[in-house]
Design a protein around this ligand. Structure first.
Ligand code: FES
Ligand SMILES: [Fe+2]
Length: 347
């Protein structure tokens, strides 16, 4: 079960070019391609003639041509040419999904197209702002349910055990997390004060081994978009009311794990920073360290999912650090229930 009336990331822009891209998203076979003007298009990846994946065809001008008998489909999924005949059979169309490129991601909407308002895409403006540098990540394929990724991002206590080589320090677990629930948002906040910076931050900031105040403010909006405001400043500089203006180093981590199926996810992420933006060595360091960090999560999450599958009814206990993740799960469950309630009225 998924929230359907929502934007999900389908691909990075670099992945969608002249050749159609096949991707399973929320159990749906989707093909992504571009019009000559650059606009991304998402269609059902199944030809309405004899079901060949349209991703095996090719882009011909502003149409996608099936690779079997040459039927051509426009951006709306309508068949506009059948080779060798003048008429097009009624119903010759495939489903088209609303599709938008924004903030360095290509988003698609698997629900009711009439509700697909691009204003509902998370406002991740750092991705294109000239004062901020950005590293889009690789697409991580994670053999787990997408909600385990939200759990993981909303519980950064794990940095102290999983990511000690990059962004973790043992000090994190000594500072409690505060959870806030707003309409359509869960926010967890942790300040780790007067403590050593983690290895990546110590290097990137130039603070070395001087103690810092570190903030991690994690905001999740449905269905599964998690924005992390991360950074640190020399101890005593920040007032701990939020990321300080003009002090310290600031990193925004944009996370969009999209379900492939209930048991696997395409995990898209990028990180943005507002210091040493033109430093190529820092850019490489950030990319490598984040990738190393996230790949540690990939292995852990797959192992966790495999064990959950082996023992689906096994008892699990909850501890304090689970509060934000549990709040996110309740938020998603409520949205799914609301869609189920609304479906008969819309029919
Ligand atoms: S299967 Fe696509 S044109 Fe025949
Ligand atoms: Fe992690």
């Amino acid at each position: 079960m998924y929230i359907r009336n929502a934007w999900y990331v389908a691909a990075f822009p670099r992945e969608v070019g002249e050749r159609p891209l096949a991707r399973t998203l929320l159990d749906e076979a989707v093909v992504l391609w571009r019009l000559p003007d650059g606009r991304p298009i998402a269609l059902e990846d199944r030809c309405c003639h004899r079901s060949l994946p349209l991703s095996m065809g090719r882009v011909v001008g502003d149409r996608l041509q099936c690779g079997y008998h040459g039927l051509e489909f426009d951006a709306a999924g309508t068949c506009v040419r059948v080779p060798g005949q003048a008429t097009i059979p009624p119903g010759a169309r495939v489903r088209a999904f609303p599709c938008v490129e924004r903030w360095g991601f290509i988003w698609f909407w698997p629900g009711d197209p009439d509700d697909a308002d691009p204003a509902l895409i998370p406002n991740w403006w750092w991705a294109t702002h000239p004062d901020w540098a950005i590293n889009p990540g690789p697409v991580l394929y994670v053999r787990c349910n997408y909600q385990l990724i939200t759990d993981n991002l909303q519980d950064l206590s794990h940095l102290a055990y999983v990511h000690t080589r990059t962004i973790g320090t043992g000090a994190i677990v000594d500072f409690p997390v505060k959870t806030e629930r707003e309409d359509g948002l869960v926010r967890s906040t942790r300040w780790t004060v007067d403590s050593p910076a983690p290895p990546l931050f110590a290097t990137a900031s130039g603070y070395g081994d001087r103690p810092v105040d570190r903030w991690q403010i994690v905001e999740t909006t449905p269905p599964c978009h998690t924005l992390i405001h991360a950074g640190c400043a020399l101890a005593g500089v920040a007032d701990r009311c939020g990321p300080p203006d003009g002090a310290g180093i600031h990193i925004k981590v944009l996370n969009a794990p999209t379900p492939e199926t209930s048991g696997a996810s395409h995990y898209f992420y990028a990180h943005c920073w507002n210091f040493r933006q033109h430093d190529a060595d820092l850019k490489t360091l950030m990319f490598d360290e984040f990738k190393k960090t996230f790949e540690e999560d990939v292995d852990l999450l797959a192992a966790q999912q495999a064990m959950l599958d082996r023992a689906p009814g096994a008892t699990q206990i909850d501890i304090n650090v689970d509060a934000p993740g549990l709040a996110c799960r309740r938020m998603v469950a409520a949205a799914i229930a609301a869609e189920a309630d609304a479906a008969p009225r819309r029919a």
